[in-house]
Write a protein that binds this ligand. Structure first.
Ligand code: PEP
Ligand code: MN
Length: 348
């Protein structure tokens, strides 16, 4: 439920609404908006008697939030959420953000080499797994803490923000110490202990859609993070399981405009895991931007045939350059642009 205040409501009137909601046994969150402040009521699992709130001074109206998710919904916040990263990159603004890098951090030379190339080609966020969720326990599991340290070094040299995956609650704390965005992978979308812990770190979280998750399940998973008082959530459409075997997953492009209408959170697309095929990554990246994605997360490797994971879907650096040129044209056609690297950071 949302208590919308009159545009001239005083701080005392807003505080009185917060106090009353707490007296009623619920949680309250003031949501300042462009026009007026609203106070969100959280913690209810059913209808709430709004009569007491409607009678308070400064209250304009009380709106029930009809979706099971509350804080992530457009009803709760009409304006788009913009997640600002430590390097100043804004995710969810009118500019499209490009996150790129290898599936996994493999060595110092590999991650520094690709980080510098990506920076020069216009990426603003570097991806790379230090902890890898692999289908087989015998496959490469990532460099662990050493991988996090190498990512931090790449950030120091290039100014790129870092996004990397946490596999468990302890890992969330560890990743938060080194990275700018904590990635929650598809396999962990409904790992609620992990979602809660990632939320509590206060760091931005990139939440990937589960392999068979509905859009409502994705939004409810995001709600766990917002419920920990962390609004900096970036959703990610990375493809879902389908019956067709021509691609690794089915990149659900319709999820992008659907999420944009249901939620104020930014959503990016991952055409690498979404297709599993290098040759299909650029077309689907173009399509995702045309569909309204706030950004891309793309796998790029300095030498894909040698990649220790996901080489078949990793772009060559020259292909990434091509992708950047093409999506810039598409972004401009829909009144957007591609976020540019911030100046003042040494490259080289
Ligand atoms: C990844 O980003 O490398 C990854 C494992 O992604 P997902 O969780 O979407 O499979
Ligand atoms: Mn991967």
């Amino acid at each position: 439920m949302l208590v919308v205040m009159k545009h001239n409501a005083s701080k005392e009137e807003i505080d009185a609404v917060v106090d009353t909601i707490k007296e009623m046994g619920y949680g309250a969150r003031a949501i300042p908006g462009g026009q007026r402040t609203a106070v969100g009521l959280i913690g209810n699992d059913g209808a709430v008697d709004s009569g007491r709130l409607l009678g308070l001074n400064g209250v304009l109206e009380v709106i029930p939030v009809t979706h099971p998710y509350k804080q992530v919904s457009r009803e709760w916040r009409a304006e788009n959420t913009v997640v600002t990263l430590a390097n100043g990159t804004r995710v969810g603004s009118s500019d499209v953000v490009v996150m790129a890098g290898p599936c996994a951090v493999e060595s110092e030379a590999q991650i520094l080499d690709i980080a510098h190339q990506l920076r020069e080609m216009g990426a603003t966020v570097l991806r790379g797994g230090a902890f890898k969720p692999r289908t087989s326990p015998y496959a490469f599991q990532g460099l662990g803490v050493r991988g996090l340290e190498l990512l931090a070094k790449a950030r120091e040299e290039t100014g790129l923000a870092i996004v990397t995956e946490a596999l468990d609650p302890e890992g969330a704390d560890l990743v938060a110490q080194h990275a700018d965005i904590i990635q929650i992978g598809a396999r962990n979308m409904q790992n609620y202990a992990l979602l809660r812990r990632a939320g509590r770190t206060g760091k931005p979280v990139l939440l990937k859609r589960g392999l068979s998750a509905t859009i409502d399940e994705l939004l409810l998973a995001a709600e766990y993070i917002l419920a920990e008082d962390n609004d900096d959530v970036i959703l990610c459409e990375r493809g879902i399981r389908s019956f067709d075997t021509h691609t690794r997953n089915l990149l659900d492009l319709a999820a992008i405009p659907v999420v944009k209408s249901l939620s104020h959170l930014p959503i990016v697309a991952d055409p690498s895991h979404g297709t599993g095929l290098r040759a299909k990554v650029i077309p689907m990246a173009r399509a995702a931007i045309a569909a309204g994605a706030d950004g891309l997360i793309v796998e790029v490797h300095p030498d894909p045939p040698l990649a220790m994971s996901d080489g078949a879907q990793s772009l060559y650096p020259a292909q990434f350059q091509e992708l950047m040129e093409q999506i810039r044209v598409i972004a401009r056609a829909i009144g957007r642009d591609i976020t540019r690297p911030l100046s003042g950071v040494a490259v080289g």
